[in-house]
Design a protein around this ligand. Sequence first.
Ligand code: GZL
Length: 328
Amino acid sequence: MKRLKTLTSTLVLAASLSVTALSTASAQSLPPLEKKDQYKVGFAQMESNNPWRIAETKSFKDTAEACNWDLITTDAAGSAAKQVSDVDSMIAQGIDVLFLPPREEKPLIAAVMRARAAGIPTFLVDRSVDKNVAKAGEHFVAFMGSDFIEQGRRAAEWTLENFKGDKGVIVELEGTTGSSPANDRKKGFDDVMAKHDNMTIVASQSGDFARDLGRQVMETLLQAHPDVNIVYAHNDEMAIGAIQALELAGRKPGEDVLIVSIDGTRDALQAIIDGKMGVTVESSPFFGPLACDVMQRYADGEKIEPWVQVKDRIFTKENAAQFIDEAY
Ligand code: GZL
């Protein structure tokens, strides 16, 4: 009986040691990036349905030569499932490093894990995955991008400072359902507005970050809420679509409806100059040079901060004309 107890306690100890070893190993086993003259770099873009996405892809392609990358790019045409298979195909092609803007927070996690298991360091760019499942510094090297909660908060603060009416009747146009910018831009804005009794979000619906869908959604919500006097769009493309819908309905965006947005596209800055849009909080798409720099640091053996945060400016009628020439 005594031998059995000893054997059992030995087995329990061995099991706990192996679990500890696994978790320790997984906590530390980010794939390294060896020093090389030229790297095979994968950039798995989610879609090219708006100027922001097109500018981001161009930024990576423009950087490839300067950074001596053998760059492989794919375009998932708006399908998270296709983006997963694009990543798997890059893994099969033996890329050295992966830059991935996950279209939605959950579907891309398994692909991130497969890249790690294949010994490929992954950097998430401009969108992230569900932090409760996959962690920077453990499952992928880092997230490179803006603080989307802060963007939403700044949009709300600007609205509170510039809305002239007594009661704000707000329509919110959300980005792609399940994406980190949509989740966080909503949280940032809504949490501020929840503290102000004179501000009511009467409707909040996804326009998938797309201009035409943003226009269609705004047309529908305008029927239900003709008294809307503030539109908060999670990106400029949907804001421009909303402006089209409002004008078609005889409203005067910038005069009888305050338009509040995020990104900083050329069309948005022009709409601000024209007096139709009030503000757009910058969310830069120019990730190429930053990707080159962070990757080099990682190859040099530096510990990369889990969040390589991009700082954002804010564009209003005071400065839109000054920055429109550099806009995309
Ligand atoms: C933000 C990015 C968003 C932009 C949209 O980092 O993920 O996706 O704000 C784009 O314009 O579609």
